[in-house]
Design a protein around this ligand. Structure first.
Ligand code: 5RP
Length: 239
């Protein structure tokens, strides 16, 4: 029987948490990065269930957004900064959702405007894990979902010109129930970009990050994740 997208998110998130516990990748006393979005939410909730039932203990979390921090506080998961001595700038594992994932596990993130802290956490974790419903699996990243780029608002015009020179069209992300641009948790703005022709995400991640005024780009290609997703038979697969 076909599953809805939100049923897929719930199943993939819960299965990933239980599988990672069984494999010893989520363990008592660990430091874990917790992602943002509607697939990360059931993952965080299921982790809280496993903490409550005593399967894992003494978990220290770093949240990737105010939203995830609030959720952790509600669920009683202790939240730290990456800079806290207890975390020491490095995590054992980070788990997060994605907007697109290609066959090489290159990822686009930032649909929820949290890409900067998501990347800080993902790139400073021994293991990165993505949980994604089947709609997120694509053959080439960046051909459908616009690539989010977090920028300094004061640099919007020169950054747009530099991105145009790389073959990108840029749209400033507008707020919902808020006039003007979206302001990220880090007080920056976002451009959503589409390409004239497909690009190499690994190369483009580096090129975009060299533009003065770019804070971070939503291509995640450097710390390759384990990806949990759903196949055509509605089974969770790992790749
Ligand atoms: C937030 C993100 C999210 O992980 C991404 O947008 C996927 O969201 P969802 O799980 O709600 O589909 O990158 O910045």
């Amino acid at each position: 029987m076909a599953m809805t997208q939100s049923e897929q998110k719930e199943l993939v998130a819960q299965t990933a948490i239980d599988t990672l516990i069984k494999k010893g990748l989520i363990f008592s006393g660990m430091k874990i990065g917790l992602g943002t979005g509607s697939t990360a939410v059931p993952a965080v909730k299921h982790l809280a269930t496993r903490i409550k039932d005593g399967t894992v203990k003494d978990i220290k979390a770093v949240a990737t957004s105010f939203g995830t921090q609030n959720l952790c506080e509600e669920l009683g998961i202790p939240v730290y900064s990456m800079n806290d001595k207890a975390i020491g700038g490095h995590l054992d594992l980070a788990i997060d959702g994605a907007d697109e994932v290609d066959p090489n596990n290159n990822v686009i993130k930032g649909g929820g405007a949290a890409l900067l802290r998501e990347k800080i956490v993902a790139y400073n974790s021994t293991q990165f894990v993505i949980v994604a419903d089947s709609t997120k699996i694509v053959s080439t990243v960046g051909t459908k979902f616009p690539l989010p780029v977090e920028i300094i608002g004061e640099a919007r015009v020169p950054v747009t010109a530099a991105l145009n020179a790389l073959g990108a069209k840029c749209v400033l992300r507008e707020g919902v129930k808020k006039c003007g641009p979206v302001i990220t948790d880090n007080c920056n703005q976002l451009l959503d970009i589409t390409w004239e022709k497909p690009v190499d995400p690994c190369e483009m991640e580096d090129k975009i990050n060299q533009i003065v005024g770019v804070v971070e780009v939503g291509f995640f290609t450097k710390n390759k994740p384990i990806v949990f997703t759903i196949d055509a038979d509605c089974k969770v697969i790992e790749r």
